[in-house]
Each structure stands twice: as C-alpha cells, then as structure tokens.
Write a new protein. Structure first.
Length: 115
C-alpha cells in the first residue's frame, strides 16, 4: 500500500533544491524524472520511490484544516508526496523529503490520520 504525505509550506518550494538534501538509506543517489504535473524519484536501479505533485497555492482560509484536520496560516503551499507501494524505503524517502521541505520553506507535514 502506498503512503501519502502532504507538505503544507509557507513559501513556494523548489522541488529540485529540496531533493538535493535527501538521500536513500545507504547513501545511493536519487534519480529524478518528470511527467505532466509531477516529479518522479527513482533509486539507482530505476525503481520508482516517490511521486511529488506540483505545488498548489491554497488561499482559502482554513481549507487545509477542513481537508486534513491541520490548522495552518493561509495562504499555504500544498505539496503531495506519494511513496510507492512495495518499495521498502520509499516511505522513508518521502518522509525525509517532506521534512527537508518544511525545514527549508517553513510549515508542517501531514502524513495521515493518527500517524
């Protein structure tokens, strides 16, 4: 089963800059590709680990709280990060990426109810 994270950020993120601060456990380099509206992250063997959707500016007050139950100031940049199912370290890479984004651009990470 895949796992989803949402980075709720104060500033518009630069995905490539955030990826430079994330490593696969064991230190292997990440490979990056793109498709319409998303960035794909692969391990060195070509296995897809993570899909990062393009950032969306949410300007409606309390919209993140309504959708996710997380109170954040408006406006907020919403970035969905989906870890691939069946890739053992994908959720760790997605979590590290979300944390790198919040560290660089300010904000918080939602990773599901009760998680």
């Amino acid at each position: 089963m895949s796992r989803e994270f949402v980075a709720l950020l104060r500033e518009r993120p630069e995905i490539a800059a955030a990826l430079r601060h994330v490593e696969i456990p064991g230190g292997a380099p990440l490979e990056v590709g793109s498709q319409a509206g998303a960035t794909q992250v692969f391990d060195g063997s070509g296995r897809m680990l993570v899909i990062i959707r393009e950032p969306v500016l949410v300007e409606v007050p309390d919209e993140a709280e309504r959708l996710l139950g997380v109170a954040v100031p408006s406006p907020v940049w919403w970035v969905e990060i989906q870890a691939a199912a069946g890739a053992g370290d994908a959720a760790d890479v997605a979590a590290r990426l979300a944390e790198a984004m919040t560290g660089r651009y300010g904000g918080t990470v939602w990773n599901g109810p009760g998680r």
